[in-house]
Ligand binder design. Sequence first.
Ligand code: SF4
Ligand code: SF4
Length: 126
Amino acid sequence: MFQCKEDCGKCCTVIPIPADVFYAATDLMQRPITKVIPFDLNTNRQSKTQVFPMTEDGTCTFLKTDKHCAIYKIRPTICRITGTEKRFPCPFIDENGVARNEGDIKKLEEEMTERITQRMMQIRNS
Ligand code: SF4
Ligand code: SF4
């Protein structure tokens, strides 16, 4: 069974967050946001129900310095399924909970960076 590495947070970047979750948890933000962009990646349109809280360095605003999530109990779906499904792979551990080899880690880290870069471009060009 998949389980995150201890104190990782590597995939905690700018992610889609349900608007109600975000606005209910603003007092738990760990770093300043530069802008909140209401956007749905699936429809490529502005959204009333989903937001991207942008930060200076691209780290999720809810990631604590100890690499734990400040909104763990109400974290978005994407945070819950990352690592457990092939379409959202964890670079370090596969869906069965097996540690990946160095080659796969490097490849998946590069793919994750590319995916995030594309996501940011898609949002910024909206
Ligand atoms: S899913 Fe992987 S990259 Fe993300 S926090 Fe867990 S161990 Fe780290
Ligand atoms: S909401 Fe929590 S689990 Fe999801 S990306 Fe942010 S810090 Fe990570």
